[in-house]
Design a protein around this ligand. Structure first.
Ligand code: NAP
Length: 307
C-alpha cells in the first residue's frame, strides 16, 4: 500500500491550499478528487470577493491557476472517489478509494458540500433535462428562453445574474418575501431588468415529458397553486456536507459538518477538516483557503513534532 505524509480528501480551494503548503513543506502529499479541481469555484462564473483581483476572476480560471500552483510544488493529484476511511485513530490512517487504498500519517478532510435538492416530484426525473444545479455548466442550453432560479441566498442571486447574460428572463422563486443574500447582490438583482422575483412561493413539482415544461408553484400567502411554464430550473437552496462516508469515524454535527478547533484539528490526532465541510465555516473562498493552510501547518507540526 502506498504511504503518504499527508492525504487530502477533496480538490476544492481548501484542499488545493492545504496541498500547496504541505508540498512546499516537503511532505509527501496525495490529493484525491472525484470530479474536477476547484470544487465550488470551478462551477462559479465570476468571483468578485477574492482579494487581489479588483476586476474579479472567472471561477474556472482561478481553479486552473490554483491547481497548477499546487502541482508545481509536487503534489500527487489523482482523480479517485474516496469511498471509506479506516483506523483514523492509528498512526497510519487508511483511505480507500474507487481505485486503491492508501496509508497516511495525517488526513485532511476537505470534501466540501453539494447543492441541496428540493426533494419535490419530478426533480430527479427532469434533472439534466431542464432541472439543474449549475448555471455555469448548463446555462448555455437555455439561450433566449425563460428560466427560474429557486432560492434567496448569494448563490441564487449570483448565478441568476450570470444566467441573465444568456437567457431571456430569470424568475427567482423564493419562499419568503425577504432575501438572505448580501445587500450588494440584492441591489444588483433588483436593478437587473431581466430578473424578476416571485416572493413567498415554493415549487411543489416539476412537470414535463422529455424535457422540463412547467414548475407547479404554490403562493404561500394565498395558498394558490398554479403552473409556471419554464424551460429551465436552477436550484440554489444551500449546501449539504459531503461527509456521509465519515459518519462514525469523525465527530460531526447533525448536518454533517465536522467539528474542529481553530487549528483545524478534529478530536482525532492527525485528522483535520477545513473549508465548507467544517462546523462554523462562513463558506467563503477566502475562508477555505485560510482553513486549508492552517490544516496543512497543523499536519506538518503533527508529523514533525508529534503535536
Ligand atoms: P444559503 O445562504 O443557505 O441560502 C439558501 C437559500 O435557499 C435561502 O434563501 C433559503 O431560504 C432557501 N431555501 C433553503 N431550503 C429551501 C427549500 N427547501 N425550499 C425553498 N427554498 C429553500 O445557500 P447558498 O446561497 O447556496 O450559499 C451558501 C454559502 O455560499 C453562503 O455562505 C454564501 O454566502 C456562499 N456564497 C455562494 C456564492 C455562489 O454560490 N455563487 C457566492 C458567494 C457566496 P430562507 O432564506 O427562507 O432560509
Amino acid at each position: 500500500m502506498e504511504e503518504f505524509d499527508v492525504i487530502i480528501l477533496g480538490g476544492g480551494a481548501a484542499a488545493l491550499s492545504a496541498g500547496l503548503y504541505s508540498t512546499r513543506a516537503m511532505q509527501k502529499t496525495l490529493i484525491l478528487e472525484r470530479l474536477g479541481y476547484g470544487g465550488q469555484i470551478l462551477v462559479t462564473d465570476m468571483i468578485e470577493n477574492y482579494p487581489g483581483f479588483p476586476e474579479g476572476i472567472r471561477g474556472p480560471e482561478l481553479s486552473t491557476l490554483m491547481e497548477q500552483q499546487t502541482r508545481r510544488f509536487g503534489a500527487d493529484m489523482r482523480y479517485e472517489e474516496v469511498l471509506s476511511v479506516e483506523k483514523l485513530d492509528q498512526p497510519l490512517k487508511l483511505v480507500h478509494t474507487s481505485e486503491a487504498s492508501y496509508a497516511g500519517k495525517t488526513v485532511i478532510i476537505a470534501t466540501g458540500g453539494s447543492h441541496k435538492k428540493l426533494g419535490v416530484p419530478g426533480e430527479d426525473q427532469l434533472s439534466g433535462k431542464g432541472v439543474s444545479y449549475c448555471a455555469v455548466c448548463d446555462g448555455n442550453f437555455f439561450r433566449g428562453q425563460d428560466v427560474v432560479v429557486v432560492g434567496g441566498g448569494d448563490a441564487a442571486l449570483d448565478e441568476g445574474g450570470y444566467l441573465t447574460g444568456l437567457v431571456n428572463k430569470v424568475t427567482v422563486i423564493h419562499r419568503r418575501d425577504q432575501l438572505r443574500a448580501s445587500r450588494i447582490l440584492q441591489e444588483r438583482s433588483f436593478n437587473n431588468p431581466k430578473m424578476e422575483f416571485l416572493w413567498s412561493h415554493v415549487v411543489e413539482e416539476f412537470q414535463g415529458g422529455v424535457e422540463l415544461e412547467t414548475a407547479l408553484v404554490r403562493n404561500l400567502k394565498t395558498a394558490e397553486v398554479y403552473k409556471l411554464p419554464t424551460a429551465g430550473a436552477f436550484i440554489y437552496i444551500g449546501f449539504e456536507s459531503n461527509s456521509g462516508f465519515l459518519k462514525g469515524h469523525v465527530p460531526m454535527d447533525e448536518l454533517g459538518h465536522i467539528e474542529t478547533n481553530i487549528s483545524m484539528e478534529t478530536a482525532i490526532p492527525g485528522v483535520y477538516a477545513c473549508g465548507d465541510i467544517r462546523v462554523n465555516s462562513d463558506r467563503q473562498l477566502g475562508n477555505a483557503v485560510g482553513d486549508g493552510i492552517t490544516a496543512a501547518l497543523s499536519a506538518y507540526r503533527h508529523i514533525t513534532e508529534g503535536s
